[in-house]
Write a protein that binds this ligand. Structure first.
Ligand SMILES: [Zn+2]
Length: 266
């Protein structure tokens, strides 16, 4: 197995199929001159849940369930290589385990949202329990970012995309911006990176734009990302950076259906 060969300055040097995972985890130099920035699109700032107003060819990269040591770093390096920004929907439990990785994601310019504390199916909980779980996730990620005087964005994604109208309404009323999914890579299937790549590109080409779901907890996701981004660029897609406006979630009250507040210390 050859090294990553970044000195060759060619995109073929980052073929994930030819890279050992150990090589993939090594920090790589930023190479802004190679990638002209064509792949990096505009920044979309949203203030509420709902359509993101993407144009044809515009995609948003999202990574759920992390951070995970040994994988998130590789994904960050690949995103830097291609000069694009993503949104990471983090679990509170993972943020508590890897707080420095949470800060690293933020330091490298990506947007951080949350995904509950413990990845539970919220549709199986009472509304108040569900809001508490969402809030606990946000609280844990906020705690990880606090040393850098940063806070998570207002983006939230439902685990398993499982929700109901009452819980979604409560999340929205609690100032979260619910982030839905247009293209599911299904990178959690026990398949080869090539299978994940082919399926994701096919669905993206069908839809022409949208929010793409990956997970920064799987080796195959780290392996597939360079080829995915390379192909996006070849096909003329643009990766849009996503930001939330209107301050943080904790600037407002947490509202449940019975109008009781959730104690932030819980
Ligand atoms: Zn998830």
């Amino acid at each position: 197995m050859t090294s990553a060969g970044v000195d060759t300055m060619s995109t073929s040097s980052i073929n994930p199929m030819a890279m050992s995972l150990r090589t993939a985890y090594q920090p790589m130099p930023v190479m802004p001159s190679i990638f002209s920035g064509k792949l990096a699109g505009r920044t979309v700032t949203v203030s509420e849940s709902g359509p993101l107003g993407l144009q044809p060819g515009e995609i948003i990269l999202t990574f759920d369930d992390g951070p995970r040591a040994g994988i998130t770093e590789s994904i960050l390096d690949t995103l830097d290589q291609y000069g694009v920004k993503a949104t990471f929907l983090m679990l509170g439990s993972a943020a508590e385990r890897y707080p420095s990785l949470v800060r690293e994601v933020a330091a490298r310019g990506h947007t951080i949202g949350t995904h509950t504390y413990n990845h539970v199916d919220l549709s199986n909980l009472s509304n108040q329990e569900a809001v508490a779980e969402i809030y606990a996730g946000q609280q844990a990620v906020a705690a990880a970012l606090a040393p850098d005087d940063l806070a998570p964005s207002r983006f939230f994604r439902f685990p398993y995309l499982a929700q109901n109208g009452v819980i979604r309404t409560s999340a929205v009323e609690s100032r979260f911006i619910v982030l839905d999914v247009d293209i599911d890579s299904k990178d959690y299937f026990a398949e080869t990176p090539q299978q994940v790549l082919d399926r994701t590109l096919a669905r993206l080409d069908e839809q022409g734009a949208g929010v793409v779901l990956f997970h920064d907890i799987h080796l195959r996701t780290a392996a597939v990302l360079p080829e995915f981004l390379k192909t996006l660029r070849e096909r003329g897609y643009q990766v849009v950076a996503l930001r939330s406006s209107g301050g943080g979630v904790f600037d407002g009250p947490v509202i449940t259906a019975d109008a009781s507040s959730v104690d932030p210390e819980v």
